[in-house]
Design a protein. Sequence first.
Length: 176
Amino acid sequence: MQALVSIATERLRLEPFDLADIGAEYLGWLNDSVVTRFSNQRFRTHTVESARRYVASFSESGNVFLAIRMADTGRMIGTLTAYVTEWHRTADMGLMIGDRTCWGCGYGLEAWSALMRHLFDARALRKVTGGTVRPNLGMQRIMERSGMHLEAVRVRQEIIEGMEEDVLYFARFAAR
């Protein structure tokens, strides 16, 4: 079973992603070349069935797949993941703000920081990581502003729009 997590912030509710969340809007985000510009999701065509398989992959895994919702309306604007390795007390996080009208409003940082706090506090993890490609300045800012530090660079690892790009890996340790 997916680790059930519900987190409230000032403007957002982070709730377990449910099969009922798979709809035209969510699939539209996954198939939007602007939304997935820096994600390897851009190489796939997403369907209801592929999304169902992805949601099922969290079952009994201990990993977290959350819908990011506006606190006032409940409208879903994106998703968060955390792939947890209990043996090492680490997690690798991922974020998608799919609703482009919400870009640049601080929702990504708010959601990212809230889940990271939860992983450190409620799950007693010692380290959280995340990665992005060098041209994804928005995601770099989210990780830096959430207290993460650049840990590693895989030079010229991916090709984006015909250009070889570095993948940047960020990390933060729990406070001792």
